[in-house]
Design a protein around this ligand. Sequence first.
Ligand code: SAM
Ligand code: SF4
Ligand code: SF4
Length: 334
Amino acid sequence: MIRDRLNRPLFDLRLSLIDRCNLRCRYCMPEEVFGPDYAFLPKERLLTPAALERAVRAFVSLGVRKVRLTGGEPLLRPEAVDIVARLARVEGLVDLAMTTNATRLARLAAPLAAAGLRRVNASLDALDPVVFRKMSGGRGHPSRVLEGIDAARAAGLDVKVNTVIRRDLNDSEIEPLADHFRRAGITLRFIEYMDTGNHHGWDHSLTVPAAEILERIGRLHPLEPLPPSAPGEVARRHRYNGLPVEAGVITSITQPFCRDCGRARLSADGRLFTCLFATRGHDLLELLDSRAPVARIAERIREVWGAREDRYSELRASQSEPRDKKVEMSYIGG
Ligand code: SAM
Ligand code: SF4
Ligand code: SF4
């Protein structure tokens, strides 16, 4: 296990498979910026399945046990099932998961599970189609996402649902979503709307604090807090009284968790980022694409992690916006 300058071990990797997406969520890829002229990564710049496998082997050799595939939308990557199959065979990797908007999950859940995927986080911001489309830039439909969730459960995947709440856009959906997934027996996690990237006009007033979300759910269905299920877990877990069903909140804004953050992120073109709000990444592409031994890749990761001091969310209130542009969430994955 390797540690950064604040003594935080590296234990978790987010691997972005692609920077494109078929939705245009207001809080991530607003259409007016990510339009037809936006310069997405060309296909030939994406890490090949073999390079992704080499990256994961290097991270696992340094103590990482958990890898989450993300994007953009990871299921837009035509080789997604092949990538899962390769990574599932990496010795020492115990937890292979994916975060997806689930619009393509109905068809892909069974092959992904057969390839070795174990867990899926499906993002769903509203059950009401009109509200859903306000959040998604007018694309997609909640029924497709719900079909994807059903298919994932039928394929034996462990499923959780993620919801970002943006005040005055989808906060009316807090209770209906909680009600629906409580009845379905699926863990629902509300993510506080964050100031990621550079383009969606985040403002504190648009974040609905986790405490307010929990209070609103609790008025409908009383909740009791649960301890974290693993060290470094970012969700604050709760259980509905008398039911084995959880609801959680991710309090990135109101109660930052930088001191326990052991998460690295690798973009789809091989740049290593040590924080979701970083202004620069570290290029591993040459190493990943070449025949350099995995130990050499691991050495480079160790150097980068060893110099890490990031704690953006803890400093958010006391600092002005970084002068350089932050990395986009759709480029490195949430
Ligand atoms: N496209 C996939 C999806 O939506 O699940 C994977 C990538 S997406 C960037 C990963 C997660 O980040 C999603 O659950 C999304 O809701 C969340 N996210 C994106 N922008 C966010 C923001 N500004 N604040 C909080 N969460 C955000
Ligand atoms: Fe796409 Fe996910 Fe970003 Fe929405 S949050 S635009 S689904 S990458
Ligand atoms: Fe980790 Fe950066 Fe988020 Fe803090 S702000 S929890 S260091 S990713």
